[in-house]
Design a protein around this ligand. Structure first.
Ligand code: SF4
Length: 342
């Protein structure tokens, strides 16, 4: 059974980001979100899964689903993972703060990491996200969420470096680290993914410029003490940035544990190896919402055989953390970053 799972709960989104076409696709045809897994179906599915360490819930914009907080709360009660991670575009301030309060009231001992997207400072953010006023809403969301006094809530920021903002990367890093001062800050490189429906789009920043930005980010973030995020998580992040930097300069591929240690459940029930490779293991609806029946099926085994044979590479952070944890050869590097941070 997997250690970590991602649930992509909806194809609904209200932004038209330059790096992702989920919102554009939905706004052109809202029926793409018809027939998504229901709350009852999620509940049955969660009951079949058993234990998970780390769960990510995403979209689309997950808080566009009115029942989203209830879905997360049910998973927290049934599975009790160590960490629940939710990325959001921070446009639905009231729905998000109310939703977070509801989730916290039923969270138990799990930690809730809410990652707010920020791809620029001021109007640049609105431009990259295709949403006028998004930057002001981001600042309001941070203020409102910081009023929630609960040690289990970790407020994070997520920046995607693309050709639309990499030249201003340092401005974004300074703003986030000094003005927002989140407990967690993740920087990723824009990716072409089936999940984002952005195949063929020119979004990638230049490799040399991105490697320089990652170096500056690692240097700056080292100087800012982190609250809330354990040292072990920081070690995973350090290793992730070092891998991303290496792959940018010299893509060699690596052992991938998608479909072994992690997978993604898509809005209509398909289970993918991850949101980048997008190999389909099956659909939970075809297995009566019994996750182990799908996970140990012949179709899932075929996907695992293919992944074992290939050496692919990607910069998907969730997958990178799982790979680092499951690959014994990588553990000494993790240990090195853990000690160096002391
Ligand atoms: S990146 Fe997020 S907010 Fe932007 S269009 Fe895609 S799903 Fe929506």
């Amino acid at each position: 059974m997997p250690l970590t799972m991602s649930f992509v709960t909806t194809d609904r989104c209200n932004s038209i980001c330059k790096t992702c076409n989920i919102g554009k696709r939905y706004l052109e045809d809202p029926s793409v979100a018809d027939g998504e897994l229901t709350l009852d179906e999620y509940t049955t599915l969660f009951r079949s899964i058993g234990r998970l360490e780390w769960v990510t819930f995403s979209g689309g914009e997950p808080f566009m689903r009115p029942d989203f907080p209830e879905i997360v709360a049910r998973l927290a009660e049934i599975i009790e993972p160590r960490v629940i991670n939710i990325p959001t575009n921070a446009t639905l301030v009231r729905a998000t703060t109310r939703g977070v309060a509801k989730i916290l009231s039923r969270l138990g001992r799990s930690e809730l990491v809410l990652n707010l997207s920020l791809d620029g400072v001021g109007p640049r953010h609105d431009d990259v996200r295709g949403f006028e006023g998004n930057f002001a809403l981001f600042e309001r969301a941070v203020d409102e969420l910081k009023k929630i006094d609960d040690p289990r809530l970790v407020i994070g920021v997520n920046t995607v470096l693309s050709r639309f903002n990499v030249s201003e990367a340092e401005t974004i890093f300074d703003y986030v680290l000094e003005r927002v001062a989140p407990a967690s800050y993740v920087v990723e490189v824009a990716q072409i993914r089936p999940e984002y429906h952005n195949q063929g789009d020119a979004i990638a920043p230049l490799a040399a410029e991105t490697a320089g930005a990652i170096d500056r980010f690692v240097e700056k973030s080292r100087m800012h003490a982190r609250r809330g995020i354990p040292r072990l998580v920081r070690a995973f992040r350090r290793k992730y940035y070092s891998d991303v930097r290496r792959e940018l300069v010299d893509a060699r591929g690596h052992a991938c544990y998608s479909a072994f240690g992690t997978c993604s459940v898509m809005p209509h029930g398909e289970v993918w190896s991850n949101t980048q490779r997008a190999d389909v293991l099956g659909n939970v609806r075809d297995f009566g919402l019994d996750f182990p029946a799908l996970w140990f099926s012949a179709g899932a085994d075929r996907v695992r055989d293919a992944i074992r044979r290939e050496r692919c590479h990607c910069e998907t952070s969730n997958v990178a953390y799982t790979n680092a944890l499951m690959n014994l050869g990588e553990l000494p590097k993790l240990f090195y970053y853990y000690l160096r941070d002391a």
